[in-house]
Write a protein that binds this ligand. Sequence first.
Ligand SMILES: Cc1cc2nc3c(=O)[nH]c(=O)nc-3n(C[C@H](O)[C@H](O)[C@H](O)COP(=O)(O)OP(=O)(O)OC[C@H]3O[C@@H](n4cnc5c(N)ncnc54)[C@H](O)[C@@H]3O)c2cc1C
Length: 398
Amino acid sequence: MNIYIDADACTGCELCLPSCPFNAIEMREDKAVILDNCTLCNACLDVCPVDAIHKVEEKVTAPHKPCVIEEYAGVWVFAEQRKGVLQTVTFELLGEGKKLAATLGEELCAVLLGDGIRKEAETLLYYDVDKVYSIDDPTLAVFQDDTYSACMAALARQFKPNIILGGATHIGRSFIPQVAVKLQTGLTADCTGLTIEDSSKHLMQTRPAFGGSIFATIATYHHRPQIATVRHKVMKPAKRQSERRGEIVQLPLPDEAKRCRTRFITSVEELEETVNLAEADIIVSGGRGLGDPKYFSLIQELAKTLGGAVGASRATVDAGWIPYSHQVGQTGKTVCPKLYIACGISGAVQHLVGMQSSDVIVAINKDPQAPIFKVASYGIVGDLHEVIPALIKRFSAR
Ligand SMILES: Cc1cc2nc3c(=O)[nH]c(=O)nc-3n(C[C@H](O)[C@H](O)[C@H](O)COP(=O)(O)OP(=O)(O)OC[C@H]3O[C@@H](n4cnc5c(N)ncnc54)[C@H](O)[C@@H]3O)c2cc1C
């Protein structure tokens, strides 16, 4: 929808100017023109005595072609690699993808994009895939939304997969929505559960909604592929098989991936994060109960003693006590360590969704009613300023 003024008809009477509550009309060379801040409120439409103001319909997208669902088959996993290292989320998706493919009686395929990635393509063959679609080209050396989404969309148009899964990582969250738009299909972001509906064979995609207080199950009934991004550390990873299986299908860079609107200049690694939170086996997290940012030193010391990483609640991140990269929870990282120690964290649902699948949870909180105790394997009711130094002392002694 757009509003425009027919310059030939406009007499320059200026009657329309005061009609606009947003000052989005001005005079240029004695003709009224609509400015970019027009909100389409329509207030100007009826004031023009010569009927020079018009509303036009704009087609912003091409019309949907009906989708022949039966033409689509196969479960695809986007095999995320960074600097030539396959990310653990890839193996989690392959584990989940295998179950979906088996239920549907369809192929499991991996899609690998990058530069000099033959070794990684071969590694994927140990994970029970039928095919690895690989585009190995210098253009893909560095992740860029435009090039990656163009490749994935071109492959999907050519081979018509039923389902595409990607990690809900920075990379997946960034380019998979573009793939969905290019293919004019649905996307469910940030899923924590995937199943196949018995009767219809559609993919049921479950994800937390309304701040994690409910779980919504979403289906793409009329379009294909069904696309979902999946949270890291929620699904069990596929096991490496002793034998390789399947084939590598090497494909050229599609033409549409040769045009990129952005130019990669450099990447800067965050030096502070010595241990990758999402991969850590032990995490010690601090919350607002620390009372002051300086007491994050206690958390750091306990984490160091245990060889773990430092996590944080959003309250402390929002307060500027610690960088965002440490935040655990719905709007932070999802973690699944062997041991998670929550210190001075109340256990809001948005924090819990990011850590409750940890193997062992220890909560330290002075309030015995704190909700964190509901998910804790072990609870210590007490002042963290006394409990943490005591733990550091005992663990150091061992
Ligand atoms: C859309 C949305 C997304 C969100 N995403 C996230 C997210 O990703 N991660 C996240 O963490 N939160 C998230 N939140 C915020 C969340 O709702 C909570 O506000 C936040 O987790 C609270 O942080 P906290 O537990 O550190 O602080 P508080 O809730 O203030 O809890 C502090 C706890 O410390 C205890 N305590 C105080 N002093 C001591 C002491 N001396 N010794 C021991 N215990 C003590 C208290 O009893 C209390 O239980 C989100 C909220 C919204 C609305």
